[in-house]
Design a protein around this ligand. Structure first.
Ligand SMILES: [Ca+2]
Ligand SMILES: [Ca+2]
Ligand SMILES: [Ca+2]
Ligand SMILES: [Ca+2]
Length: 259
């Protein structure tokens, strides 16, 4: 079924989701290796059968794959390759270009501060994006986008989005959260670290305290973190703060492994 969608001139958000899930057989959020080979083969077949040329984006992508055997594609890249009727995922990309903008948006839309974006919060998020992009939509469309977006990014299937799941929207080079995945610590250790670096015991970290903590983490995790990117880490994490006060709950989103 998914491969027949590849023939379409334009595909809908729901069809797009089917395609991605169909080819990402191991469900790791990327189409790579054998998965990518079968995607490319079936894409070419489908276009041929439909009497359509490959688009310029598709051609450029295939050339890139020939050069780079380790090439893998994430969901947002797939949107750029396939002609999607409503490029709803690209709205995110356009609005959230940097990690700092992403974190600010996270803070705004996690309205109940649960540490997750639930379906109703995601719907508000999408609504604002559509308004900004001056797209017309009705409530039914908005529900479709919300359901599709939730399914695409909810890797652990708990029906809500955590920070790391949502961060897949970011381009890899901006996605410092991926690097922090390997640095996350168990709750107990996290609490200890928080208390150690909250030097004045104010109950929150200010920028100077966070700076000291991040330096320590960079030294300890030379493989995962780059000291040169410290300003990026700091500004992105501080975007979660409440007017410069970074509380435990917010820092835990980045540094605490789920219990
Ligand atoms: Ca995969
Ligand atoms: Ca929430
Ligand atoms: Ca989830
Ligand atoms: Ca403090």
């Amino acid at each position: 079924m998914a491969s027949s969608f590849l023939q379409g001139v334009e595909i809908s958000a729901t069809q797009f989701l089917h395609i991605f899930q169909h080819y990402d057989k191991d469900g790791n959020g990327f189409i790579e290796g054998k998965e990518l080979q079968s995607f490319i083969r079936e894409l070419q077949q489908a276009r041929r059968q439909a009497g359509l040329e490959l688009t310029d984006q598709m051609k450029a992508f295939l050339q890139e794959c020939e050069k780079n055997a380790d090439r893998k594609i994430g969901i947002v890249e797939l949107v750029q390759i396939l002609p999607t009727e409503e490029n709803f995922l690209l709205f995110f990309r356009q609005q959230l270009k940097s990690c700092t903008e992403f974190m600010q948006a996270w803070r705004r839309y996690d309205a109940d501060h649960s540490g997750y974006i639930e379906a109703d919060e995601l719907k508000n998020f999408l609504k604002d994006l559509l308004l900004k992009a001056q797209m017309t939509y009705d409530d039914k469309k908005l529900d479709e986008y919300t359901a599709a977006t939730l399914k695409i990014f909810d890797s652990n299937g708990d029906g809500k989005l955590c920070l790391a799941e949502m961060a897949r929207l970011l381009p890899d080079e901006q996605n410092f959260l991926l690097r922090f995945q390997g640095v996350k610590m168990p709750r107990k250790e996290f609490n200890k670290v928080f208390e150690l670096y909250d030097r004045d015991e104010s109950g929150y970290m200010d920028e100077t305290e966070l700076d000291a903590l991040l330096k320590h983490l960079c030294e300890k995790n030379k493989k995962a973190l780059e000291e040169a990117d410290l300003p990026l880490y700091k500004s992105s994490i501080m975007a979660l703060s409440d007017g410069g006060k970074l509380y435990r709950t917010e820092l835990a989103l980045v540094l605490c492994a789920d219990d």
